[in-house]
Every structure is written in structure tokens, then in C-alpha cells.
Design a protein around this ligand. Structure first.
Ligand SMILES: Cc1cc2nc3c(=O)[nH]c(=O)nc-3n(C[C@H](O)[C@H](O)[C@H](O)COP(=O)(O)O)c2cc1C
Length: 350
């Protein structure tokens, strides 16, 4: 029975930090926090079970860095020091089982609602994201405050014992909204699509001890040159990666949603293959990697240095341990929407 040795090799991220193996739990918002976004026992247990199950590195759920960056009810925050103890409990739970832990630093931007915030959501420019309330353009002071909030949140994460932090620059939330030229139509300095993401990276980097990995998650809103909404091109992707790497990113977390195997930019090459054209940093890839075979194939094909799993780790907290011990046939499969009970607080993974 296969035991996938390559999947269980450590991965050096910085000179002094290595992931224990190539299996990363992708960030997942599970809406099990308190109304104010504080970590609960449920959340600590959820991380502990995945660490105990052999996952080498856990990326915590998207945690709002500012109160005006909340995206969902009962989602976690890291916006002031009252949140610190909860994150310490998560890091401790991971460390007990030899796993690394770090939160995903997040601001929802336009992807929010008046009912949650008590005011209009914020955005680089006026914009209504489908399914959300209309957002208003941020003032320069508000932009500078949010950048400072990302830095303060990174410091809190480190004080809580995190091994790394990740910036959520994907999925159409605030950092991504600044990169999108169809959303960011500002005429000031912040209208340069790379300026805000780079400033956030610098603010976070400034708070991290030397050698502490800074991960950056990004996704691409459109790659078809005929798309009407300013698609990303290989060239604009290259500019983005080079700028953020020089600002202080140590590894890419490339989010392909469920399209990790499709070709991008009209070619048959996957998105992480295009990333490699511009950056030598380690690539963690998320996108429909469900079985140990999927993960091993992805690594063997040279498309990634680590794989991030989300639904597979909802369905089976011991996914990694089972793969390693040759019992991958005992892994509970991701079937249709079977994983969705997690949203009601039912953990189907143990
Ligand atoms: C319940 C759930 C919550 C998620 N929350 C986040 C999140 O907080 N931040 C993020 O970047 N991605 C989030 N994602 C996306 C996953 O991290 C992952 O990229 C995506 O599910 C594709 O991976 P998979 O095919 O292994 O499920 C979430 C996914 C699920 C299923």
C-alpha cells in the first residue's frame, strides 16, 4: 500500500523554518467563533484534531485585522489584544502534536454588510460586490489605518506563539480589491494596483522576527484576455509577484479554488507553473486536491512544493496519518456536499 514518501518530506521555507511535511491545512472560516470573533473551545479542538492527524502546517481561518474588516457573523478576529489568548490556545494545540500554526490576516473590504458592520463596507473605490451591500471608497486615512492594523495583527499573532502568518490577498477581499483594476479605480497613489498589497506586506514583515515565514495567498479573478474586467496577464502576474517578493513574501499560497489542474492564460500550463516563471519562492497550492494520489501527483509533477487541503481535511482529520501509514483507503472521501455540515458546527472529520 502506498505511503507517499515525497509528501512527508520537510519543506524549508526560510533559512531557519521548515514545514514538517508537504501537507498544509488551507485557511477555513467555519463561523464557530463568539459574536465578537473570539476563538472558542470548538475552534481549538478543531485545530488540535487536524494536528493530531498528521497535518504538518495549519493555516488558521481568515481573521479580521480591523473591526471594519469583518466579513461574516461568528468569524474569527485578531483586531485587538483581547483576541490574543484565543490564538495562543490554537498555536499551543498545534504545537502539542508537532504541527506549525499561523493565522490568515484578513480584511473583507466590500464583501460585507451594513447589518454586520453598522456602516457601509469599505473598498478602494465605490463598488458593489454581488451578494453584498454597496461599499464606499476609503479615505487615505482609512487606508493607512488598515495597513497599520495588518502590522499590529501580525505582531499579535507572533506574541500568541504563531510560527508564521499569511496575508489573505485572494478571493476578492480587500487586499485583492486593491490589485483588481476593475475594482480599484482610484487616482491617488493607492490607485497603483500593487501599492496597497506591497504596503501590507511591508507592514507585516516589519513585525515578524527574522526568519519567520510570511505567506501570501492570492487568486486570479480572470485570466481570459477577452474578459471584460481587466484580466490578469502573465506580465501583470510577473509584476505582482516580483513586487511582493521584494516587499518581503517568503512563500506563495496559490488559490485555484477548484481549478488547480486547468491551464491558465489560454495555455495548458497550470497557474503555479506560470508563477514559477517569475518567482523561485516555495509554492503551496490549493485547488481540489482531495486524495493522497492527487497530492503526490501534484508534487511529483513539479507544480508545487506543498499542497493545501480544505474539504479533504474537513472530512477526515487523520487524512495525513492515514496516507502516511498506508491506510489511504480508510480516508473518508469528499462526496458532494458531505463536508457542509461543518458550517453547522458538526465536525464530520473524526
Ligand atoms: C468551509 C470553507 C471555508 C473557507 N474559508 C477560507 C478562508 O477563511 N480563507 C481562504 O483563503 N480560503 C477559504 N476557503 C478556501 C479553501 O482554503 C480552499 O482554497 C478551497 O476550499 C479549495 O481547496 P479544496 O479543494 O481542498 O477544498 C474556505 C473553504 C471552505 C470549504
Amino acid at each position: 500500500m502506498a505511503s507517499y514518501p515525497t509528501v512527508f518530506e520537510p519543506l524549508q521555507i526560510t533559512g531557519s523554518r521548515a514545514f514538517p511535511n508537504r501537507i498544509v491545512m488551507g485557511p477555513m472560516t467555519l463561523n464557530q467563533a463568539t459574536a465578537s470573533g473570539h476563538v472558542t473551545d470548538w475552534i481549538v479542538d478543531w485545530y488540535e484534531r487536524r494536528a493530531d492527524g498528521g497535518t504538518g502546517t495549519l493555516i488558521g481561518a481568515a481573521a479580521f485585522v480591523s473591526q471594519n474588516g469583518r466579513g461574516w457573523a461568528n468569524a474569527v478576529g485578531i483586531a485587538d489584544d483581547t483576541y490574543l489568548d484565543g490564538w495562543k490556545r490554537c498555536a499551543d494545540a498545534a504545537h502539542q502534536h508537532g504541527a506549525l500554526f499561523g493565522p490568515q490576516l484578513f480584511h473583507a473590504g466590500a464583501a460585507s454588510r451594513v447589518a454586520l458592520l453598522g456602516h457601509d463596507p469599505l473598498c478602494p473605490s465605490e463598488w458593489t460586490r454581488e451578494g453584498f451591500d454597496s461599499a464606499r471608497a476609503m479615505s487615505v486615512d482609512e487606508i493607512e489605518q488598515v495597513i497599520a492594523d495588518f502590522g499590529a495583527a501580525a505582531k499579535r499573532a507572533i506574541d500568541a506563539g504563531s510560527d508564521f502568518v499569511e496575508i489573505h490577498g485572494a478571493h476578492g477581499y480587500l487586499v485583492h480589491q486593491f490589485w483588481r483594476r476593475d475594482v480599484n479605480r482610484r487616482s491617488d497613489r493607492w490607485g497603483d494596483p500593487l501599492e496597497f498589497p506591497a504596503a501590507v506586506v511591508q507592514a507585516v514583515r516589519a513585525q515578524l522576527p527574522a526568519g519567520t515565514p510570511l505567506l501570501y495567498r492570492f487568486s486570479i479573478h480572470a485570466d481570459d484576455p477577452n474578459a471584460p474586467n481587466h484580466p490578469v496577464t502573465p506580465r501583470s502576474l510577473g509584476d505582482f509577484l516580483k513586487r511582493l517578493e521584494s516587499a518581503g513574501v517568503d512563500a506563495w499560497d496559490i488559490s485555484c479554488w477548484h481549478e488547480g489542474k486547468r491551464g491558465y492564460f489560454g495555455t495548458d500550463r497550470r497557474l503555479p507553473d506560470h508563477v514559477r516563471d517569475h518567482s523561485k519562492l516555495p509554492r503551496i497550492v490549493a485547488g481540489n486536491i482531495l486524495t493522497p494520489e492527487d497530492g503526490a501527483d501534484y508534487l511529483a509533477g513539479g507544480h508545487a512544493e506543498a499542497v493545501a487541503l480544505a474539504r479533504a481535511l474537513i472530512m477526515d482529520a487523520a487524512w495525513a496519518a492515514k496516507a502516511r501509514s498506508g491506510h489511504s483507503d480508510a480516508i473518508r472521501p469528499v462526496l458532494g456536499d458531505s463536508w457542509r455540515t461543518i458550517n453547522q458546527g458538526v465536525d464530520p472529520g473524526t
